[in-house]
Write a protein that binds this ligand. Sequence first.
Ligand code: DOR
Ligand code: ZN
Length: 357
Amino acid sequence: MLKLPGLIDPHVHVREPGGTHKEDWATATQTALAGGITTILGMPNTQPPIFDEATLNLSLDSAKDKAHCDYGQYLGAGPDNADIVAGLANKAAGLKMYLDSTFGELRLDDMSLWTPHFQKFPKTFPMVMHSESRTMAAAILFSAIYDHPIHIAHVSLKEEILLIKAAKEKGIKVTCEVCPHHLFLTSDSPLPNLGEGLGVRGRKEVRPRLATQEDVNALWENMNVIDCFATDHAPHTIEEKDSETPPPGFPGLETILPLLLTAVSDSRLTIPDIIQKMHTNPRKIFNLPEQPETWVEVDENETYEIKAENQFTKCGWTPFEGWKVKGKVKKVVLRGKTAFEDGKFLVQAGYGKNVRA
Ligand code: DOR
Ligand code: ZN
């Protein structure tokens, strides 16, 4: 049995409030545990979005009642809430800035709207950027000008990882994460069409989009530039994905670890890489407390097929349907209690703690 520390996913769309038919604080945190993850940080593009004290409390109150693993909640940067979110920084996972197209309304197009956030959000709390391609270059320039650390979400392109590498070499305080779907899938990957109708197109929709094999290769070749692995778990139901207007997003909490462990077994990655990018680095970057007596037990040799029907997420599908993987999460101990074992959840809703409490 392989024993890993409690893993951290800094990028999860919990969907509560407002989208609880897709996922909620109970199912997101259970799904995390089933994937070997003991801390999740929830994104603010909910309905309503999390952008002030009332909406932050709305999410944190639900989480307090329902969470099975530890959690934090991001605030969203809006056009006129820089003072408000700066004042709430110590209660939140960090500030999320949507600088490119996304699901929901939290998008800051005009660069003059970025400035107050860079000036006011405390430097000791993380600022996470959804910024793609040239927008990423602009975000890195802001980081340098205002001397404010930034963390770049879901890097997917060769030009992006090379830019981040160069920025780090210049001493700019930038860190980044990469998602399994950008490491294991390209825009040409055949995704399983499980349902009838429009499945093939809708299931592939994700932001950032799946990229080319050259982009994927560049991510693998620059593994030392990648600080964290994150899922960007963005559940939408099969019906929504197969509709005329499919929303972008993939579920990922239950597949990240088996996919990465399979890469270890294929000698593309090491166990220390996984520990560094899913525990040590995210703990440092997001300023997370230690979880004493916490570990994950994995059967390294168990081989199985990924199937949506065996998953705990509410969304009912996975882009990795049918993939053969090696490495199965058997047991998760969280702060001295067995929280998950052999497919069963063993702690009560509400056991999960707010990382900022
Ligand atoms: O694919 C995505 N899904 N990208 C985003 O930026 C948002 C996310 C979601 O919330 O569904
Ligand atoms: Zn996201």
